[in-house]
Design a protein around this ligand. Sequence first.
Ligand code: PLP
Length: 442
Amino acid sequence: MLKAPSIKTALPGPRAKKLIKLDKSYVSPSYTRVYPLVVDQAQGLWVHDVDGNIFLDFTAGIAVNATGHCHPHVVKAIQNQAEKLLHMSGTDFYYTPQIQLAEKIAALVPGKGRKRVYFGNSGAEAVEAAFKLARWHTKRELNIAFFGAFHGRTMGALSLTASKTVQKKHYNPLVPGITHIPYAYCYRCVYNLCYPDCELFCVRWVEDTLFRTTVPPEEVAAIFVEPIQGEGGYIVPPPGFHRKMYEIAKKYGILYVADEVQSGMGRTGKMFAMEHFETEADITAIAKGIASGMPLGAMVAPSDTMDWEAGSHASTFGGNPISCQAAMATIELLEKSLMKNATVQGDRLMTGLHELQKSYVCIGDVRGKGLMVGVEFVKDRETKAPATEWRPRIIRKAFEKGLLILGCGENSIRFCPALTVSAQEIDLSLSIFEEAVREVCS
Ligand SMILES: Cc1ncc(COP(=O)(O)O)c(C=O)c1O
């Protein structure tokens, strides 16, 4: 029988209200909750709140629950490991799950030759490790990153981030020597050009202008890039963007660092989004979907790049045995069927959204790969004026109707469900989303 959302109380319900009040007293006010969802339990794509309301989850805990909530295979792996060893610290001792996972990840990340893996607990830690390794290996001080990028909130990762000023306000001075440049956001090209006639001007500009005027390329350690920009708006760059940028990096001995924290682990239908662009990054940062919800981050590099010495970087909890086992179970499921499902259901979702775009002029752009899909809202298709105020209203309406979605960029909504999503769940999400769009934009 097809499941459906069930909203029995006003939102938030009475239990949720009480907990939110308590949260307001004790939990950090720096979090950005967009609607008052207080989760009790969840299975697959279905989330139950503390008042018994049931929601269809197209957020996957911000693209984390790759295998759905509480997948039995992942839960079993966690239970088995929990009975054997909770923690020992892989920085000072050896244990089997960390070694086996490193071997597996090294084989999965594109690129021939031997690779090694550094483990942390989050996306920011994976990026932070990449930042430090790039400096260590190249002995260079400068770095390049992109406007719209989100790489995390620790001081190094935050310095690379250029998403929203609120994330940086009052935290300066940050790590110096980082230059942000425009990403290939073709829907809103900053150079007012059109692909393919532009011949990737945004990439050529790096060599022709940036490297000739302000940034000496021989002092640049790395270019940090999201294969598909996530928090920035689910922006898919055009073919050739990464390839050409990578070639420029190689010409000057610069490392190309792919932040696959959101786009990796099968979400786009390939294990890593960079595979869509036929480019093998020098360093890859992974987190989010890697362990289906257990905290884990990984930074992967060729053995001759990961040449730092003992003591130069480490983390007490990184590569925790339970997280490693959850990751092994997650990878098994991804390889068995879920990556394929991401492609099939992602195509279904994109087709449905493109259909909606025909009826609703406020949908300016629909873009994505696999189950990393974004919808950008505009007030006018000609001027492309961002419909910034409509976005939160659409998200709120969807919540009230039992669909969980999240924003990205200034005026976009992202669809990043678990890779276990079924065709019926995709269709259901589309019909609820359409109702919400109709009520706000018509
Ligand atoms: C591309 C990317 N990099 C890094 C991060 C930071 O990850 P975390 O929040 O686990 O530190 C995020 C989080 O959204 C991300 O999307």
